[in-house]
Design a protein around this ligand. Structure first.
Ligand code: NAD
Length: 483
């Protein structure tokens, strides 16, 4: 007989305890072999003064089990509380967020009867690094960070997911017509990795039109891989257009840890009334069973759930007079699913799980990072300045010279305003002065940069940040201002 798998469970807040109880009852009735460790997270933990909503001791359980089944929590009103989800993702390096978005026509009403999309969202990088600064009276910035290893991991995960789950196509959404370096890298890595999976179709869409297409004809998509922000937004859109956000589960996967949950919140107004739909958490738990290689049980639970939905046994949130047969509460819904263990849906497509994705993405990733020859060729100096026009600033700055470094251009919000700017261009108090080596591409010693900054400082300018300009194997590693 196979051994039990230890998992960590948090019952959460609001409807959390009811839907977790229902979920655990269903999966154990189907034969899930689990040793459950319970931890406390959420509102009460926050209110006891723990700003992350999780007790330090709870990490010990997570480190032991490496698998976390989590009910939704309530974040208390007011500031100072950190998102528990973000903390968990970052602490446990859960780099991939997997969210299947499926419609269950005609049993759950939807504008999109044919929809079976899986969103694979990068979970650690992008604008979510949380590195933000206020730089001037007028200007605030947030850093968008995209790394090659981070991108390789998520893109490879998307293709491996497609192979393991018998999916036919992986689509990538990017905005590399504008962000040529960050989104350009994501696109390039996608193209590279796609060649290793000739059996899976691949395509790339610019995220705006891709998103519009996804919302209009979701049947054209299969697996979609995205950076963090696009994935955050579009995974909600995708879940919503299936007809019910309440039915979607999600997995957060890392090399060593994994967390599974429903995508909805703690619905406090529905708490304690035996009303809530446990389906989102249950489908999260199904993904967990597959992850811990109890795939047979995962398949059984998912199919029993599909049959229950097909039989019209619905909680209030999806109940429709003309479609549903019986309106049930949380407990009765769980009972109905348990009664159907061993059955399969007749009309809806049945589920079949094959276990955790086996290939270790990190091994392949390491090979790709090739060290290139990096040379310093200039510097962007950002100024907080509001004492005149672009031409005034250009006139002053071009006189500030350091050996071999020359002022090439000044831009404001990315638009070149000197030399030859347009007087119509609106300028803020945030200016970028680009200095490049006089002999194009020639390496600049750091001392020369320090000398230039000293001169800018001595001239009374408030330089608020600098960015070094590097060439990599002779190719510029910086964007050019839009002219
Ligand atoms: P919500 O998802 O809790 O509720 C939105 C709507 O959907 C409500 O009308 C609710 O009654 C309904 N609903 C949600 N889940 C349902 C279910 N399983 N069955 C039946 N109806 C359901 O979102 P919200 O109201 O914006 O947030 C409530 C709380 O949840 C907030 O404190 C928020 O911070 C938290 N939240 C937590 C998570 C999480 O822990 N992962 C995610 C989102 C929101």
């Amino acid at each position: 007989m196979s051994k039990n798998t230890p998992i960590t469970v948090a019952y959460g807040d609001g409807i959390g305890p009811e839907i977790m109880e229902a979920t655990i009852k269903i999966i154990t009735s189907a034969g899930a072999k689990l040793d459950i460790e319970t931890i406390e997270i959420g509102e009460q933990v926050y209110l006891r003064g723990n700003s992350a909503g999780i007790e330090p001791g709870a990490w010990d359980s997570l480190r032991r089990t490496k698998v976390f089944l989590k009910a939704p929590i309530t974040t208390p009103q007011g500031g100072g509380y950190k998102s528990l989800n973000v903390t968990t993702r970052k602490t446990l390096s859960l780099y991939a967020n997997i969210r299947p978005c499926v419609s269950y026509h005609p049993y759950v009403s939807t504008k999109h009867p044919v929809m079976d999309i899986v969103i694979v969202r990068e979970n650690e990088e992008d604008l979510y690094a949380g590195i933000e600064h206020r730089q001037t009276d007028q200007m605030y910035q947030c850093l968008k960070l995209i790394s090659r290893p981070g991108t390789e991991k998520i893109v490879r995960y998307a293709f491996e997911y497609a192979v393991a789950n018998n999916r036919k196509k992986v689509t990538c959404f990017v905005k590399d017509n504008i962000m040529k370096f960050t989104d350009g890298l994501f696109h390039k890595v996608f193209d590279e990795i796609a060649t290793e999976y000739p059996e899976i179709k691949n395509e790339v869409w610019i995220v705006d039109i891709g998103a519009a297409k996804m919302a209009n004809t979701p049947e054209d998509f299969d697996v979609i891989v995205m950076e963090n922000l696009y994935g955050d937004i579009l995974s909600d859109v995708a879940a919503m257009i299936t007809g019910s956000v309440g039915l979607a589960g999600s997995a957060n996967i890392g090399e060593n840890f994994a967390m599974f949950e429903a995508i909805h919140g703690s619905a406090p107004r529905r708490a304690g009334q035996n009303l809530a739909n446990p389906s989102g958490l249950l489908l999260g738990a199904v993904m967990m069973l597959n992850h811990i290689n109890q795939s047979e049980t995962a398949t059984k639970v998912h199919n029993a759930w599909l049959k229950t939905i097909e039989d019209g046994i619905h909680t209030y949130d999806i109940f429709k007079d003309n479609i549903s047969k019986e309106k049930v509460g949380t407990k009765e819904f769980a009972k109905a699913v348990i009664e159907r263990i061993g059955e399969k849906p007749v009309k809806l497509r049945s589920a079949e799980y094959k276990g955790k994705i086996k290939k270790d993405s990190s091994n392949k990733t390491a090979k790709k990072t090739i060290k290139q020859n990096k040379t310093l060729v200039g510097i962007d100096v950002f100024l907080d300045w509001s004492s005149g026009s672009a031409d005034d600033l250009g006139g002053i700055m071009k006189k500030i010279k350091s050996d071999r470094l020359k002022l090439i251009s000044i831009s404001n919000r990315g638009e070149t305003v000197w030399p030859d700017g347009h007087p119509e261009t609106f300028c803020t108090d945030h200016w970028r002065c680009r200095y490049l080596s006089e002999n194009k591409g020639e390496t600049v010693p750091r001392s020369m940069i320090i000398d230039l900054l000293t001169k800018i400082n001595d001239a009374g300018f408030d330089f608020i940040k600098t960015e070094h300009l590097y060439n990599f194997d002779g190719v510029a590693g910086y964007s050019h201002a839009v002219v």
